[in-house]
Ligand binder design. Structure first.
Ligand code: SF4
Ligand code: SF4
Length: 75
């Protein structure tokens, strides 16, 4: 269960945390995560991921292995 509130619930699940500032908006992790945990912030000059559904994360780590920019980290 995710216990984060506010901003912390947007950058972490029970298993992983993200550094959105490293994100290049390639969206590879979006299709990799089968649990729809990851969402897009998609503006013309402002593209990065955000945690949308922290409670569905299983900790499978596929996102960590997929991202070329080390946005994802194990908790
Ligand atoms: S794979 Fe990495 S760089 Fe690409 S959208 Fe996901 S977090 Fe951002
Ligand atoms: S650990 Fe697995 S379920 Fe959780 S965000 Fe990454 S890919 Fe999705």
């Amino acid at each position: 269960m995710n216990k984060g509130t506010g901003w912390s619930s947007r950058i972490r699940t029970e298993y992983i945390w993200i550094n959105p500032r490293k994100c290049e908006g390639c969206w590879k992790c979006i299709s990799t995560c089968k649990k729809q945990v990851i969402g897009k912030v998609d503006f013309l000059w402002h593209k990065h991921i955000i945690i949308r559904n922290p409670d569905t994360c299983t900790g499978c780590q596929k996102c960590i292995n997929t991202c070329p920019h080390e946005v994802f980290n194990l908790i």
